[in-house]
Design a protein. Structure first.
Length: 138
């Protein structure tokens, strides 16, 4: 049970963090190129450029995972409030909801069940997040 929990937590974190890191890399490569779109100068994009990764916990426990989720939550709440359109807002609402649950989860068993139930949302949100970030660099 615990090994399965570790794998699910790790794959969920990997999906979310990979999307953000890939998109941040793309954005950082395009920072020196002036943006031709109005979106590139939006508050959302400016916040994206301030992204500082939160190191995922090396030890899987509810306490370490809660700490990681709480630290990540602040950034995503800000992006949610600055979302450039309704579609992006829905995506960030989902991410914020997921992180809030993970920040308050009290057991690995309930966290495992939640991650298993929301794995498709994690993957979908990661892709949509990457697209939103790439739009800032164009």
């Amino acid at each position: 049970m615990f090994t399965r929990t570790r794998r699910r937590v790790a794959s969920s974190k990997t999906a979310l963090v990979s999307g953000v890191v890939m998109a941040t890399l793309v954005v950082s490569l395009g920072v020196s190129v002036p943006s031709s779109s109005a979106l590139g100068t939006s508050a959302f994009c400016k916040t994206m450029f301030t992204y500082k990764p939160v190191t995922p916990p090396t030890k899987i426990s509810t306490k370490s995972y809660q700490k990681w989720a709480k630290a990540s939550l602040q950034f995503y709440e800000k992006l949610d409030s600055e979302a450039p359109n309704a579609k992006t807002k829905v995506i960030f609402d989902e991410i914020v909801t997921i992180l809030k649950y993970e920040a308050s989860s009290s057991s690995l068993k309930s966290l495992e069940a939640y991650i298993a139930a929301n794995h498709a949302h994690f993957a979908k949100s990661s892709i949509a997040l990457a697209k939103a970030i790439i739009a800032c660099a164009q």
